[in-house]
Design a protein around this ligand. Sequence first.
Ligand SMILES: NC(=O)c1ccc[n+]([C@@H]2O[C@H](COP(=O)([O-])OP(=O)(O)OC[C@H]3O[C@@H](n4cnc5c(N)ncnc54)[C@H](OP(=O)(O)O)[C@@H]3O)[C@@H](O)[C@H]2O)c1
Length: 314
Amino acid sequence: MEKKRIVIITGANSGIGKAAATLFASNGFTVIMACRNLEKSEKVQKKICSETNNPNVKLMELDMSSFTSIQAFSKEFQACYSHLDILIHNAAYFNHGEKYRLSPDNVELTFATNVIGPYLLTDLLLGHLKNADDPRILHASSNIVKQFFDPMWKINFDQIIGEIDNTKGFSVYKMYAHSKMALVMLTFRLAEEWKGEGIKVNALQINGAKMSKETLQKVTTGWRAIARIQNLFFPPPEKMASIYYDMCTSEEFRNISGKLINDKKEVMNPGHLKPNAVMQVKQLTGNAYYPPYADQKENQEQVWYLCQRALKEL
Ligand SMILES: NC(=O)c1ccc[n+]([C@@H]2O[C@H](COP(=O)([O-])OP(=O)(O)OC[C@H]3O[C@@H](n4cnc5c(N)ncnc54)[C@H](OP(=O)(O)O)[C@@H]3O)[C@@H](O)[C@H]2O)c1
């Protein structure tokens, strides 16, 4: 008998996550909406169930910034299901303008939610992913990583773990960019780890998707004005959701792993360390290249070290 296909989507109650949950549900998947706010998410879940005529859209509580919540979610999922086909790390913290905040486990909140949380959840669900026929993982990254074409940009590893005595110059905007770069490096590193094991992991570089009023409210006033203007030019979230779907289900992506993909579903290539003027323009304005920073082993190792350190705390 064919196994029922199961997808977990984090942050599936709004924006791209919600659009993706609807698309997977329309295509007969069992969809696990992994969300932190159950009251708000329940309304969305019911709507998706009725619109898609799919009763297998389930809501489960998950706060991506909390190790305890990630562990509890994984336990509950493992108790209910025998395998996991697709894991989409869509949830993210990007409340630009907010002050420095720590997660319950003493990790800077942006990094906790956008990098460490996804790594821990993947690690805990690895056994179930291995039970699937064609397991795939997607990390939602962002074109904000282009900032790293500037050689002055480096991940500020000093502000990630715990002590708040060094928050000078901290900005959620920068940390968000750092976290999305770290996610790309984690993608590359995980693919290396799993070579030959059949689990595919890729990252999607999202250039923009129309944000809801609620999402805009989460950023502070000055940032909100900028985001509102950007929003005028962004495509609807359904566009990105359809790329999530293709990357996680299509034959085209069956053997692709450890890559950063652009919004034309093309594999992106590393940019040049010392580009000439033409190349520089191509790198900054196009979507064919990612910053060479992402390929530097010492940077990847630092991200890996942070993830391993968190794993030991479980
Ligand atoms: N929209 C864009 O222009 C754009 C551009 C580049 C990249 N992206 C990326 O695309 C992804 C989706 O973004 P979106 O635009 O669809 O934003 P969104 O509508 O604000 O969705 C973000 C989701 O993440 C959830 N979330 C945040 N912190 C969480 C936590 N600790 N635990 C569990 N869930 C949490 C939110 O839940 P609550 O409702 O509970 O807050 C919400 O469901 C994100 O990874 C984002 O970085 C978006």
